[in-house]
Design a protein around this ligand. Structure first.
Ligand code: GTP
Ligand code: MG
Length: 197
């Protein structure tokens, strides 16, 4: 699947302007700066397909990437502490939530959590929204290169306990790093399986 070319084809700022729902979609969600855009680049083997930045709030709309005509990868704006005006953030948030709740072709959400940061209320809110919408989400721990093994194990326990409370959670957590390539193949296989269903 990931040997196919991947290209940006649509950007949406509001849910009334989404592309036609004709293909399964995998959405990348998570707090600002968690590494959503970077992970799309790592998965597709491209360095600057999705624009990433050290500045939180880089991705400002829903960006749709076609992968080989078989699946669409959706890069979302972050929730949480984006460096943007409050009104703008609320606007993104509304668009994001409306998309997550109402998109008929949304096959799975990859919910990214920074391995260095504790779970926030905003993460739990998104999990609850996905529970209510019955959209399966898989937690991906990012930046695992930046934590020691003991801390990573503790993080896994924290997240396992949390997802145990969420009926929409897929029970396998994937640890990733774009620095070392950890978990990237596992995630590619996981996405390929969703598409094969
Ligand atoms: P927004 O679009 O602002 O919501 O952010 P994002 O979630 O798309 O994050 P982005 O991919 O732009 O990455 C944010 C920062 O994290 C960048 O400086 C990346 O270089 C860094 N980063 C991403 N993945 C990793 C990783 O695996 N390890 C480390 N150490 N840094 C990473
Ligand atoms: Mg981004």
């Amino acid at each position: 699947l990931f040997a196919a070319p991947c290209a940006f084809f649509f950007g949406a700022q509001h849910v009334d302007q989404l592309p036609p729902p004709d293909r399964p979609e995998i959405a990348f969600a998570g707090r600002s700066n968690v590494g959503k855009s970077s992970l799309i680049n790592a998965l597709t083997g491209r360095t600057r397909l999705a624009r990433s930045s050290s500045e939180p709030g880089r991705t400002k709309q829903l960006n749709f990437f076609d992968l080989g005509g078989r699946v669409t990868l959706v890069d979302m704006p972050g929730y949480g502490f984006a460096k943007a005006a409050k009104a703008v953030k609320e606007d993104w948030q509304q668009t994001m939530f409306a998309y997550l709740r109402g998109r008929p072709t949304l096959a799975r959400v990859l919910l990214l959590l920074d391995a260095r940061i504790e779970l926030k209320a905003s993460d739990r809110e998104v999990m609850e929204l996905l529970d209510r919408a019955a959209v399966v989400f898989q937690v991906v721990l990012t930046k695992c290169d930046a934590v020691k093994p003991g801390a990573l194990a503790a993080k896994n326990r924290e997240v396992s306990a949390e997802i145990g409370k969420h009926p929409a959670a897929y029970p396998v957590i994937v640890e990733t790093s774009n620095e070392t390539g950890l978990g990237v193949d596992i995630l590619r296989a996981s996405i390929a399986r969703v598409i094969a269903e």
